[in-house]
Design a protein around this ligand. Structure first.
Ligand SMILES: Nc1nc2c(ncn2[C@@H]2O[C@H](COP(=O)(O)OP(=O)(O)OP(=O)(O)O)[C@@H](O)[C@H]2O)c(=O)[nH]1
Ligand SMILES: [Mg+2]
Ligand SMILES: [Zn+2]
Length: 355
């Protein structure tokens, strides 16, 4: 095996070359469990932690390793253990607002070429949630592909209906219905995977992400479990993100199902996903139009003329406002943290000066 067999691209190779020359071991983060990391150096898996230096300088989750990252590490104990000191610049990254009350980013995976947004054909299917995932994936420069899972549970009419709904909002998006119960289907998914490229599975709990990953590996490596009877929802079987190397050389990251995929830092993805709205906006009379009550609002006019659906406009505005709120709180908190850090530095300096 080599670093290329775990997904090293030319771009990342350029980034890490100098570090290797300086004597660092280049490795990829393949799993994160709280403060414990697992990295792969192209030969084997190594348990790893962060150096004190990296912990000290890290101000935001973006400064810490996530699954898919290339890192410079020092391998100790005859290759049994490593410390990660440098996180290399990321080619792409998928992020969301971390779950819970605290406003912060959570990185889901990095250096991913394409994200498989998995939605089941049953009651899990939701166009608005799909838009949310598309926005996040595109904001991270990752190419989205939609996989409609559990096609065995839908009639062909239902399936055609789902596809038509997606086509209406995204005429050019790749969408593939499939069932994990059908070998031809999973073979079709496998054909989408190119050797050396990294793919990430995203979607709600219980849609069949880990089952698909197992089909693609050809073994029951990952734990899967049946969905809850009463509400058809998943049980959150997968609890941590994990990077796997498939036989024919593609790299796949399985992720735990996410209850919410909060919008944060999504400008470019919003622009791409709602391009028809972004085009219309220049026609609004006021520059700061809220697109809700103003006369001369080009978006409201388009809804009236049946050129834009109200659902689509509502979805856009919801994401726009949510992201604006989250981005602002995050910026404020970072500012506060920085001021606090400055304050502590001053106190420490004052103490030194007194000595
Ligand atoms: N009918 C049907 N059931 C499926 C299909 N794929 C997966 N399942 C079942 O759905 C349940 C959930 O599958 P998982 O693979 O654990 O789902 P997951 O997306 O990994 O869920 P989390 O790890 O919780 O995020 C399991 O009982 C699977 O057997 C499918 O294509 N058709
Ligand atoms: Mg799973
Ligand atoms: Zn407007």
């Amino acid at each position: 095996m080599s670093l290329h067999s775990i997904g090293l691209s030319l771009w990342s190779e350029y980034q890490i070359e100098d570090r290797i020359r300086e004597g660092w071991t280049a490795a990829r983060v393949i799993a994160v469990h709280r403060t414990m990391y697992v990295i792969h150096d192209g030969e084997k898996e190594i348990k790893a932690e962060l150096t004190g230096r990296l912990k000290f300088i890290a101000e935001t989750p973006r400064d810490l390793p996530t699954v898919g990252d290339w890192v410079a590490a020092q391998v100790l104990d005859d290759g049994e253990f490593a410390i990660i000191d440098i996180v290399m610049p990321r080619r792409t990254v998928i992020a969301r607002k971390a779950a819970g009350d605290k406003i912060d980013e959570q990185l889901i995976a990095s250096n991913v070429d394409a994200a498989f947004i998995v939605q089941a054909c049953d009651q899990d299917f939701n166009l608005r949630r799909l838009e949310r995932y598309l926005v996040a994936v595109r904001s991270g420069n990752v190419h989205p592909v939609v996989l409609l899972s559990k096609s065995d549970l839908a009639t062909s009419d239902q399936l055609a209906q789902r596809l038509a709904e997606i086509r209406q909002i995204e005429p050019f998006l790749s969408v593939l219905p499939f069932s994990n119960e059908n070998e031809n289907d999973t073979a079709r998914v496998a054909k989408l995977l190119e050797p050396g490229k990294t793919y990430c599975l995203l979607g709600s709990s219980g849609v069949g992400k880990s089952t698909l990953a197992n089909r693609l590996i050809g073994s029951e490596l990952l734990k899967t479990s049946s969905i809850r009877e009463n509400d058809g929802k998943g049980k959150h079987t997968t609890t941590s993100r994990q990077l796997l190397v498939l036989d024919h050389g593609a790299i796949l990251i399985d992720t735990p199902g996410m209850r919410e995929f909060g919008a944060i830092g999504i400008d470019s993805g919003l622009l791409q996903t709602f391009s028809e709205i972004e085009e219309l906006i220049s026609g609004c009379r006021f520059n700061d139009c809220s697109h809700t009550v103003e006369s001369g609002c080009a978006l409201r006019q388009a809804v009236q003329n049946d050129e834009l659906s109200q659902d689509r406009l509502d979805s856009y505005l919801k994401l726009l406002r949510e992201a604006a709120r989250n981005d602002m709180s995050l910026a404020e908190r970072r500012e506060k943290d920085r001021n606090q850090a400055k304050f502590y530095k001053k106190v420490i300096q004052a103490k030194k000066d007194r000595r």
